[in-house]
Design a protein around this ligand. Structure first.
Ligand code: ATP
Ligand code: ZN
Length: 328
């Protein structure tokens, strides 16, 4: 990974933020991030957007994930779990680097000989940069939980007539260091992914939009649904993002979480049209290009939304909400 870029102060627009102290000069009261840290919910590591999680936080996150499982029980989805890495070749083929080069995280490793190792240690001793001695490996970090499955399913042959529904869960990496606790560099995403005809995918997405809203209601989380776009890179990316909005390919469920900021996308409902069957040979039972879509639940963002809404002391949460989350 590009260690030298892991510093928010190098990103445009954040020059004046003191990254060592979440209570930067622009804040007059403790930030939500600082109160999460003080309560032991998040454990700072010194890198913005990379946190350890405390026991109470994890209990909420696990309850949240279990609730999503319950909401999808009738889907009889195939469960697939991958480590939070993807083959580099698959990321290259997926065109992720065309759309989001700024977010991708690649894994590098030392591949030198003993002489190179001495040099590396000497440079470390001198406080010099040593990272140019790291070589790219064949793996990258997974940017979204559903990414690893498309090439795997494509290799398994055409879909059955009913298509497929897959249940995935992964820590994901996006290089977007931020002081907003909801914008992490590594976070958990749970998804139900639909592969089939356009009609099957559209019906699935509509159903999950309704289930997502019902889920937020059950947790007493105020929410709105809106059309959204992904942060496509560059000037060309703006056109792609406009097109994505116009075709209503992405909906987000937004919940207020951060201090003085607009509500945060905690779930997203995406229709990829035939993008993944253009890059991989994903076919329906009658040989057509398969369409795909996914319902994504940001487990960490939902956990933070619950903490924002109901407070940092679980004992004082509404009993109904605690029950829904498995008797926290
Ligand atoms: P955003 O627009 O805020 O960058 P997104 O809606 O584009 O996020 P998706 O790509 O749809 O994100 O990812 C699915 C879900 O993963 C989001 O709804 C959100 O809950 C979660 N998520 C995305 N990025 C982050 C992040 N940096 N930190 C924590 N959770 C995230
Ligand atoms: Zn997805």
């Amino acid at each position: 990974m590009e260690a030298s870029l892991d510093n928010a102060s190098e990103l445009p627009g954040t020059e004046n933020v003191d990254t060592a102290d979440p209570r930067g000069a622009s804040y007059t009261t403790p930030t939500f991030l600082q109160s999460l840290i003080d309560a032991g919910m998040l454990i700072p590591t010194g890198v913005d957007g990379i946190y350890g999680r405390g026991g109470a936080y994890e209990a909420i996150a696990e309850g949240m994930n279990a609730l999503v499982t319950q909401a999808g029980a009738d889907q009889h989805a195939e469960l697939m779990r991958f480590p939070p890495t993807t083959p580099r070749k698959d990321l290259e083929d997926s065109e992720y680097l065309k759309s989001f080069p700024q977010l991708a995280g690649t894994v590098h490793s030392f591949c030198g000989n003993e002489r190179d190792h001495f040099r590396l240690l000497a440079r470390l001793d001198e406080g010099e940069d040593w990272t140019d001695q790291q070589q790219p490996t064949r793996v990258v970090l997974t940017p979204a939980a559903c990414y690893p499955i498309y090439p795997v399913i494509a290799r398994q042959g055409p879909l059955p007539p009913a298509g497929r529904v897959v249940d995935v869960f992964s820590y994901c990496f996006r290089h977007e260091p931020s002081l907003e606790p909801t914008r992490m560099q590594m976070f958990r995403m749970r998804e139900y992914v639909r592969l089939g005809s356009a009609e099957q995918v559209m019906a699935f997405r509509q159903m999950w939009i309704e289930r997502g809203r019902a889920l937020a209601d059950e947790l007493d989380l105020p929410h709105t649904l809106d059309v959204a776009n992904d942060p496509f890179f560059g000037r060309g990316g703006k056109l792609v993002a406009d097109n994505q909005r116009e075709l209503k390919l992405k909906f987000e469920l937004l919940i207020p979480v951060n201090d003085g900021a607009p509500p945060t996308a905690c779930m997203s409902f995406n229709y990829h049209v035939d993008h993944f069957s253009t890059v991989w040979t994903l076919r329906t039972s009658d040989g057509e290009k398969a369409h795909t879509g996914c319902a994504a639940f940001g487990i960490d963002r939902l956990t933070l939304a619950l903490l924002r809404r109901h407070g940092l002391e679980l004992a004082r949460w509404p009993r109904r909400v605690r029950a829904v989350l498995g008797n926290l």
